[in-house]
Write a protein that binds this ligand. Structure first.
Ligand SMILES: [Zn+2]
Ligand SMILES: [Zn+2]
Length: 239
């Protein structure tokens, strides 16, 4: 059913370089025009060797190749190397989940580029190289300003973590020592009392928190400070 004889499907790899569009997946298939195009990369080792798949759920065109997976990529935890094969059959069965996750990765990467890339706009009034002014916080205005004549433009800015609608769960894992520091950290996150928090540690795995991406980020910092063993479900793509 899957066929890899039409190279046009490889145009879907361009999604990795385009950062202007929010939630580009599922993408328009370059072969049949249906909005059924997907992309997934999987890193196999620390050297970023990996594989890539682009495919269309509608016309079943696909491409699979060896791929140098970019540093910012994260594997999806439901995909293990054992399930991956040349055809995208397994990936297709999780296409919606994959699209949602890859859309988040692309948004985070685009945001990082926006922050890190120096401004290359030249002021149209006086010819001076303009500068970027990014908001200090996660939401605000993003401006390109001429340091010489003050000409410029501003637009609204929102960190991708603020627009993520997913409800995440923090699951405390087995193996945490019930030390005072760890009990306190778990207590801050679980909003129980110290005795109950100690019980949560002893009876792990236990869900200790549910919230949106930004809320979970705050809780993650508390747990990471004490090296608490936990995981976040579904896959949490923010550092
Ligand atoms: Zn197609
Ligand atoms: Zn100027």
């Amino acid at each position: 059913m899957w066929h890899d004889d039409n190279d046009d499907i490889m145009k879907l790899y361009n999604l990795l370089e385009e950062h202007e569009i929010n939630d580009p997946l599922p993408a328009v298939c370059p072969v049949c025009g249906s909005k059924s195009g997907h992309i997934y990369l999987h890193r196999y080792d620390d050297e970023h060797h990996g594989g890539s798949w682009v495919w269309c759920s509608n016309c079943h065109s696909y491409n699979h190749a060896s791929f140098k997976v970019p540093e910012w990529w994260r594997n999806l935890s439901i995909v293990s190397i054992l399930q991956l094969e040349h055809s995208p059959e397994y990936l297709e069965s999780h296409a919606e989940l994959i699209d949602g996750f890859v859309n988040k990765l692309l948004a985070i990467h685009g945001d990082k580029l926006l922050k890190e890339t120096p401004c290359d706009h030249i002021c149209e009034k006086c010819g001076t190289l303009m500068i970027k002014e990014l908001p200090d916080d996660r939401v605000g205005t993003y401006g390109i300003i001429c340091p010489n004549c003050g000409w410029g433009a501003v637009t609204t800015y929102t960190d991708p973590i603020c627009t993520d609608q997913t409800l995440y769960s923090i699951v405390l894992l087995k193996g945490n020592e019930p030390s005072t520091e760890i009990i306190r950290a778990v207590n801050k996150v679980s909003h129980r009392n110290l005795l109950k928090s100690k019980q949560l540690i002893e009876s792990a795995p236990q869900v200790i928190y549910e919230g949106d991406a930004l809320e979970v980020h705050g809780m993650k910092e508390i747990l990471d400070a004490e090296s608490v063993l936990y995981k976040i479900e579904p896959d949490y793509p923010y550092d």
